[in-house]
Design a protein around this ligand. Structure first.
Ligand SMILES: [Zn+2]
Length: 156
């Protein structure tokens, strides 16, 4: 099998013929940042603190004040919910799996397309798509049906 690897649409270091997976690791991303100054934030009993500025925001137009000083205003950091995303090929099973981890970083939701082997009866040679589903044993994170083909991660 000839494999090529592209990053942002451009070819990059070509994996060898034995390469079976590539992944994008996103760990270590803070979950909240200040919407005004962009500093990573942690919650303390007295409010949101940045590692360099404490509670005070030096780029706040004026949304909130404490003792006459502007405070950080938290917002979620884009993609902070994702630990990693990966693509894995398996020649022995004739399959490709995309996995996305949003919970325990040791696992992820797996979406697999597999061509059925010659001995698979009427399905021989056909492609099957396997997706996570509500009630799946050993689920990465439990799913709740939201709409056809759409699941809420966790419960309502
Ligand atoms: Zn700030």
């Amino acid at each position: 099998m000839l494999a090529s690897l592209f990053v942002n649409g451009a070819p990059t270091g070509v994996p060898d013929d034995d390469t079976e997976s590539v992944s994008l690791e996103l760990g270590g991303v803070p979950s909240l940042e200040c919407r005004h100054c962009g500093e990573d934030l942690e919650e303390y009993p007295d409010g949101w603190h940045g590692p360099d500025s404490g509670r005070e925001c030096f780029n706040t137009p004026c949304p909130d004040w404490f003792n006459g000083r502007p405070l950080h205003e938290p917002q979620p950091v884009a993609l902070a919910w994702c630990n990693h995303a990966a693509i894995r090929t398996n020649q022995a099973e004739d399959s490709v799996t995309v996995s996305i981890s949003v919970g325990d970083p040791r696992g992820g939701f797996c979406f697999t397309v597999r061509r059925m082997p010659p001995g698979a009866g009427p399905l021989a040679g056909r492609l099957l798509l396997h997706v996570p589903y509500p009630g799946e044993p050993l689920a990465h994170v439990p799913l709740t049906a939201h709409a056809q083909g759409c699941y809420l991660v966790g419960g309502y």
